[in-house]
Ligand binder design. Sequence first.
Ligand SMILES: [Zn+2]
Length: 208
Amino acid sequence: MSDSDALSLSLADPGSVVGTLRETGRLPFARWCPSPNFGPRPEDAAISLLVVHNISLPPGQFGGPEIENFFCNCLDHSAHPYFESIAGVQVSAHLLIRRDGSVVQFVSLLDRAWHAGRSSFGGREECNDFSIGIELEGADDVPYSSDQYLQLASISDLIMHAWPDITAGRITGHCDIAPGRKTDPGPAFDWAHFRNVLNRTRSAREGV
Ligand SMILES: [Zn+2]
């Protein structure tokens, strides 16, 4: 097994993580960085969709604290011309997967994060009501890291166990639920590769 394969399988007890997810909405191995930008899900909105995004601040630059500051409404908007253009915007995602595969959580998966905006999937609007939003630190035209694919597959598998309404066909991109308005995760995101890694992760954890 390569080091990278080990990353996706490194959970000592995936079953306990699934239980924690269902009860608390929190990923135990994510760094908790709570955002004020969330609310309750509508009572009739079962969690049934996973939306993949990308973000980088400033666009195309990786590694700084700006994404976390942005989602927590404490970005210094005078620090960069681009930041001025997003002043006053209040958004969030449930999770962020950084370039090295490390994970930051902003909103409990049980709550409604503000990641999708105007959107629809399968004829149903307001995807924030019933989806989980995962940001990849990245840009539309920059290849994602192998650690990001592995971590996204690992987390997707856990989420699919916790909320079985999220089938493989209900993992989608922001560009697909808000066409013409959003382009992320962009052409750099290799869906075929991701689905292969996800299938391998699911096989390896069969029976969890
Ligand atoms: Zn997005």
